[in-house]
Design a protein around this ligand. Sequence first.
Ligand code: 5GP
Ligand code: MN
Length: 345
Amino acid sequence: MLFLPTMQDNANKLHNILFSGTKNIVITTHRSPDGDAMGSSLAVYNFLVQLNHNVNVIVPNDYPKFLKWLPSDENVIIYEDNRDYSDELVNNADVIFLLDFGNIYRIQPFSDTIKSSNAKKVLIDHHEDPDVNIADIVFSYPNACATAEVVYEIIDRMNLNNYINKQIAECLYVGIMTDTGSFKYPSTTSRTHQIISKLIDSGAENSKIHDLIYDCLSSDRMKLLGYCLNEKLILIEENNSAIISLDSSELKRFNFKKGDTEGIVNYALAIENILFAAFIVEKDGVIKLSLRSKGNFEVDKIAKKYFDGGGHNNAAGGISNTTLSETIKKVELITNKYKNEIKKS
Ligand code: 5GP
Ligand code: MN
């Protein structure tokens, strides 16, 4: 019988590494970083600098403006804009943290650099089916509501909670808040609320954070949302499903900025009797899907089977290698094929 190391075993190993001299450390996270990706990365950054390590956060590509106030955001390096410098930092790294993803292709175009590094790799993640071979120490907790929650638990297991200052608390708060839909998804547990309580006690200004992330939307973004709901919503009521799609000309019409389509899929899912929702967008020549469900219909399996993707049971994503209209048809067929599974939820 195979015994996997417990979180405590791994936390002990990590503690030993972090307290055996100054290390060059690189932290990275998935492409198109979201609140949990940036929150957990910058939490780990703000934690490690206190232990006197040389730390750099390198993200594959740019991320939305509403995340750019996070503590130490000014130090984040964008790989696509700084390839040579990033490669050099990785070549000199002793330790690399891989946060909020389970498959190396999710950090393209940074994947090859990371794969070829001999540094000790630490994976901290909450996605289903991670490729555990990409790291030496694996903290994989698919039941956790956010990678930020796992980061908190690891610091807790290392008995280093006294390092959780206001900066770290705010980063972790953002990760948990955004990945739980503001504490409403089923992944939110009483432990999640306990952690949030501790983060507020450590200085996280919860109301301010909510305002900075959710209530500072551009008028273009609001109008794009209105357009999606008014003109682009396909309701397939007999299959309890809804689809919203956008092509690149529509994005242009609404002066699309990174992050503007985030959360649109949740409005489709908020409609009465809708248990499966898909948002499909054509961006930079790539067709990207966001899939959401309520209940037991596991959209990560759909994302994996049909769209080369993955994620969580109720929130997943992937890409399509055909046209936008063909992709919409494909999703419609999927809602037909799985209507009983969707309803059962
Ligand atoms: P979103 O729809 O917000 O982009 O992503 C929902 C969830 O699915 C997130 O946890 C995200 O990390 C995951 N996800 C999104 N796109 C992909 C993908 O292409 N591959 C995999 N494996 N996961 C994805
Ligand atoms: Mn996450």
